[in-house]
Design a protein around this ligand. Structure first.
Ligand code: Z15
Length: 852
């Protein structure tokens, strides 16, 4: 019980809450207090979990002071605030991030050591807040970090799912989903605001009434089912600033109101049961990425969240500005993260017209000044369309308003383009085909003043394809680009402390100010010929590979040699992201190695002349209902089983699938990669953000000319990235050709297919749909067209990598590869999410940072 002795010898001198961040005694005193009172335990049975909870509570206390001060300052300054509405916030763990942003990591580490704990083990106790699927949700998490760090007044609004994205297990090579009940232990980072309760209605009917004063006709919506939205707040600390914004996530709770018809009929059980079901609205995150399944509960989630958030926003506005609605757009900007919150447009119009009695046009004028919409995909299966009968049943008044919005919009289009008869049908928010439905992206465009894509190529594509008719109607200026970014606090400082420290040293920046001024990385270029520096850089990479190898060992049992090329593809599994292209190339490599071995070529000679040793590392979740994605996961695992257990192969090739890829695993995987794959069919990946994470961590990229790869190439130089594949402009023609002339399978790919069909990776029937989709059903994702280009890119990059790999004494090989890595990092400043937030603030939200 050494920690007790330590404590006994301390004078208890803690004074202010802030001391816990920088003063060991203050930290320890607070820690013990939380163990004893908050947790009702004692220091004798304080395990790592309790230590995590006591530490979080201690840090949280300090954070709450900043948070309260910030809210007060923001209220007093009464400037414009942005609200970021996102159905997903893929936050990951909070504690390390809070320690870094609050500059308390060293003190906490030392204090915990004195108390007999190890900070790294304590951090491991925290479950990920996995309230998102992939890129879209992680982007929202990076954005709230940047809003705080750059001193903006900006809140996030979302849902507090009880179950985040499922946990993935791999059993016999198949993905198994298990529930992620992340709130098993109380969550110290959430502040329950039980007093903030907002009623949200569903179903019911609409009738007309007359205003008793004016005699004017008025629509009344009598809701049929009422649920309460109760707020849970997550303070978001900024880096190097006290500015601490709020992320408000709603919980669905039953109202105390009773279903009296049922009650009076003697059905007490039923009445209570129905109320209880209210909570199901926020119980689970829909596990689809880039796919919309159109379920009623999903629409309920969307309206529940949007209605609660807007009523909260309006209530806050009225507190300061009464009914001065003209000021509303000067005080409030609302960003719609994809079309999921599009009903917010309709809800605000309803509040202003039905509840606040504004004229339609006056209200609409306010609405369209407030909202802006971010599009994240051009893929049709991801674009939301809600059937009119479902929407009308759940939200009868909202459907009427949507029809009215569309009516006035089309009238305006007709006035502007009287001769274009087709145009009305093309831009109508209502799709007339069965089932008649509402196109949410079109509604979002009509109700917003700006629409942005998430990378240059993507923003051009939306203007020329899915939204081209709206460019005609509204003009070019409504459509803009904000290229995505990532927060360097989490994705450099937190994930890669050694590299972050080396950079801080080289920039003479002991306070890591470059983390909020990422352009300063440019100075690293000065050291690109400094052998001493390159060696140190390489050792950092090697250490990170050792860390990744340990994760692989722990999760798959496979031992990787950290000197081989670590070739990584981690992201959601999707045909458009083309993990199948990658695994086919791995199979090809295996077949060729086997062929060489059978011809009597030695392993050493193979390494020297043909294939450098490498490990292919995969990870990512498939949507539970996505058969083809699950097939790809199965194939990867089966290939791993065969290759990794082939005694002839040794370290020449390893193939692993890391189960349950998530934010905290990404923090280990990203810094440990030599090469990462961003190989989507050109024109399909709107931006990608993991490409940015890998490049910022000194990994090189093999990628297609797609999404943000284009701008990454522009920034870091084309000699420092391995691009391949057909361009977006050719995709349509190639797809057309496949259908009318058949798909040409190159010899190399044909060999891979034969191997799979021979059964060496298990029952070939299991892969039939995957192969037939390419051979006979039009190869929509152009695997056949890009396969040999991918192989050729590998030949090129492996020459550069050579036998380099962690052997820092080998200066010969501290050549091109490491230099490219340094030059990449030096030029990645543009991809800080701080830059994104500044662009949104300036071009879309019209807000300025707060005075500190
Ligand atoms: C999602 O994660 C993305 C787009 C979507 O439409 C949905 Cl529903 C989920 C991703 C894009 O695929 C990715 O390219 C982009 O970087 C990310 O959003 C953030 O913009």
């Amino acid at each position: 019980y050494s920690q007790l002795k330590v404590l006994d010898s301390k004078k208890q001198t803690a004074t202010t809450e802030d001391d816990v961040l920088t003063n060991k005694d203050a930290f320890e005193e607070s820690f013990v207090k939380h163990v004893e009172t908050t947790l009702a335990r004692n220091m004798y049975n304080c395990d790592n979990l309790a230590a995590y909870q006591a530490t979080s509570n201690t840090i949280r206390d300090a954070l709450l002071i900043d948070w309260a001060n910030t809210q007060q300052k923001q209220t007093i300054q009464d400037g414009k605030r942005v609200y970021y509405l996102s159905l997903e916030f893929l936050m990951g763990r909070a504690m390390d991030n809070a320690l870094i942003n609050l500059k308390s990591r060293d003190n906490t580490k030392k204090s915990l050591t004195e108390l007999g704990f190890n900070l790294e083990d304590v951090l491991e106790q925290e479950p990920d807040a996995a309230l998102g699927n992939g890129g879209l949700g992680r982007l929202a998490a990076c954005f709230v970090d940047s809003l705080s760090s750059k001193n903006y007044s900006g809140w996030g609004y979302g849902l507090n799912y009880q179950y985040g994205i499922f946990k993935q297990k791999i059993v016999d090579g198949y993905q198994i989903e298990t529930p992620d009940y992340w709130l098993k232990y109380s969550n110290p980072w959430e502040i329950m605001r039980s007093e903030i309760q907002i009623p949200v209605d569903f179903y019911g009917y609409v009738y007309e009434d007359h205003d008793p004063n004016t005699g004017k006709a008025k629509k009344i919506w009598a809701g049929g089912e009422r649920v309460l939205a109760v707020a849970a707040d997550f303070p978001i600390p900024g880096f190097n600033t006290d500015n601490t914004n709020n992320l408000r996530l709603w919980n669905a709770k039953p109202t105390e109101e009773f279903d009296f018809t049922k009650f009076n009929a003697g059905d007490y059980q039923q009445s209570v049961g129905a109320q209880q079901r209210a909570e199901s609205i926020t119980s689970v995150l829909y596990p689809n990425d880039n796919f919309e399944s159109g379920k009623e509960l999903r629409l309920k989630q969307q309206y529940f969240w949007v209605a609660a958030s807007l009523h909260d926003i309006v209530r806050r506005f009225k507190k300061n500005h009464k009914n001065n609605w003209k000021k509303f757009p000067d005080q409030i900007a609302i960003q719609l993260n994809d079309t999921h919150p599009t009903l917010a447009i309709v809800e605000l119009q309803r509040i202003l017209v039905d509840l606040e009695d504004l004229e339609w046009n006056e209200a609409w004028n306010i609405v369209t000044k407030v909202f802006a919409y971010t599009n994240h995909t051009v893929m049709s299966e991801a674009l939301e369309k809600w059937p009119v009968d479902l929407l009308g049943r759940l939200l009868p008044r909202h459907l009427e308003i949507i029809y009215d919005i569309n009516f006035f919009f089309l009238k305006e289009v007709e006035r502007k383009f009287p001769d274009d008869r087709d145009l009305l049908g093309k831009v109508s928010v209502i799709e007339e085909n069965a089932p008649k439905s509402v196109k949410m992206a079109f509604l979002a465009i009509v109700g917003s003043h700006k629409v942005n894509g998430v990378a240059e190529l993507h923003s051009e594509l939306i203007k020329t394809t899915i939204f081209k008719d709206f460019v005609k109607v509204f003009g070019e200026d409504k459509f803009t680009n904000v290229t995505n970014g990532i927060t360097p606090r989490r994705w450099l400082r937190q994930a890669n402390p050694e590299l972050a420290a080396l950079i801080a040293e080289k920039l003479n920046d002991p306070n890591y100010e470059y983390l909020t001024n990422l352009g300063r990385l440019k100075k690293l270029e000065e050291f690109v010929n400094d052998d001493e520096f390159l060696k140190r850089w390489d050792i950092v990479k090697f250490n990170n590979k050792v860390r990744l190898a340990a994760l692989v060992k722990e999760t798959t049992g496979v031992v990787l040699d950290p000197t081989v090329l670590f070739d990584v593809q981690v992201k959601r599994i999707h045909e458009y992201k083309r993990q199948q292209l990658n695994i086919f190339a791995v199979i090809y490599r295996y077949l060729k190695i086997k062929e060489l071995l059978s011809q009597g070529v030695s392993v050493d000679e193979i390494k020297e002349k043909y294939y450098i040793p490498k490990a292919s590392i995969f990870g990512g979740k498939a949507a539970p209902g996505y058969y083809m994605a699950k097939t790809i996961i199965h194939l990867i695992n089966k290939v791993g089983d065969i290759v990794n257990n082939d005694p002839e192969i040794g370290d020449l090739l390893k193939v692993v699938f890391i189960p349950d890829y998530n934010v905290s695993k990404a923090e280990i995987i990203t810094p440990g990669s030599d090469l990462s794959n961003h190989i989507s069919t050109a024109g399909t990946e709107a931006s990608g953000t993991s490409n940015m994470k890998f490049a910022l961590n000194g990994g090189l990229i093999i990628g297609t000319v797609d999404g943000a790869n284009v701008e990454i190439t522009r920034e870091i130089g084309e000699e420092n990235i391995f691009l391949f594949g057909n361009l977006a402009e050719s995709v349509e023609d190639l797809r057309h050709k496949h259908i009318y002339e058949g798909v040409h399978i190159p010899q190399t790919l044909a060999q891979v297919f034969s191997a799979i069909e021979s059964g060496i990776f298990g029952n070939p029937d299991e892969y039939k749909a995957l192969i037939d989709g390419i051979k006979y059903h039009g190869d929509y994702y152009l695997v056949s067209d890009d396969f040999e280009l991918f192989l050729a890119a590998h030949v090129k990059l492996e020459k550069v990598f050579g036998h380099h790999g962690g052997d820092a004494s080998d200066t010969d090989h501290l050549h091109k590869w490491v230099k490219s890595a340094v030059l990449s990092v030096a030029n990645m400043g543009f991809f800080s999410s701080d830059r994104c937030i500044d662009e949104y603030a300036e071009d879309i939200w019209n807000i300025e940072p707060l005075n500190q």
